[in-house]
Design a protein around this ligand. Structure first.
Ligand SMILES: [Zn+2]
Length: 278
């Protein structure tokens, strides 16, 4: 269930993140339709609305829904400037101007800063939706201004049973426990890779909870209580930092490093950054 369909308050910026780029696009269009739907019944999950607005959004011809496609290339500052000009105009026919940036991790430093400026003083009646599987590549200052919606189908990520999943998620606080866990997760490359994916999913989930949202179809759903407890102990910044640490470990793993050492360092760094309460 997409929590956005029941959302009471519309925020000025969202990040939709997940591994399936198609579902990111679909959910973004669904949200844009929800915001501008002309039907008195309103758009509900799975419903196909045939109002003029929904039809135009589906065909990407709605004048108030601007779609920016990175096509795996850098998104230039001129694109952002043009967008800013457009967003300051009143919606032509809808209730909201919606800007969808697909591949938001392709914003270069200049265009990221330009986007940040827009987000700092978002034009009235405008909603930004940034789509990216790599949320960690966005500026933390951008992320902190957005509501994060993580879209993952449980069927897309299936973790093989990890007998030490609880230890992995709650992280041992003493050195002995960490060394022991590091041995377990580094026993072979597949296990380690899998554990890194579990960590990424876990901290994405924590980011969601931190914002008062529930991650959609998370493969770690059964650990929801633990996640909610943990996210109270961490600042958003601490969670981003952890995501960076995991991605760095993922990168290092491809360089044939010593797995056990990599795991020890990873666990140590993850358990250190606990940050003060927000
Ligand atoms: Zn409609």
């Amino acid at each position: 269930m997409n929590p956005l369909l029941n959302i009471q308050r519309v925020h000025s910026a969202y990040i939709f993140t997940g591994t399936d780029s198609l579902s990111l696009k679909e959910e973004a269009l669904l949200f844009a339709k929800k915001l501008n739907c002309l039907s008195s019944l309103g758009l509900t999950e799975g419903s196909m609305c045939t109002c003029l607005s929904c039809k135009k959004i589906d065909r990407l011809v709605h004048p108030d829904v601007k779609w920016i496609e990175s096509n795996d290339e850098t998104i230039k500052i001129d694109t952002l400037r043009e967008l800013q000009r457009e967003l300051h105009l009143r919606p032509y026919e809808g209730k909201w101007k919606v800007a969808i940036i697909n591949g938001a991790h392709h914003l270069n430093p200049a265009s990221s800063n330009s986007l940040l400026k827009i987000l700092e003083e978002p034009p009235k009646h405008s909603v930004f939706i940034l789509l990216t599987p790599y949320i960690e590549n966005l500026l933390p200052t951008i992320i902190s201004r957005c509501h994060i919606i993580r879209l993952t189908c449980a069927s897309q990520i299936t973790f093989p049973p990890i007998e030490f999943l609880n230890d992995l998620l709650s992280l041992p606080q003493n050195a002995e426990g960490r060394f022991e866990l590091a041995k377990k997760i580094s026993k072979d490359e597949a296990t380690l890779k899998n554990c890194l994916e579990v960590f990424l999913t876990w901290y994405h989930d924590l980011l969601c909870f931190k914002q008062g949202l529930t991650p959609i179809s998370s493969p770690l759903k059964e650990k929801e209580t633990l996640a909610k407890n943990m996210c109270h102990q961490l600042t958003s910044q601490a969670i981003y930092d952890k995501l960076h640490i995991i991605l760095e470990a993922k990168k290092n793993l491809s360089f044939q490093v010593n797995r056990e050492l990599l795991s020890e360092t990873l666990l140590l760094r993850l358990s250190q950054l606990t940050g003060p309460n927000e």
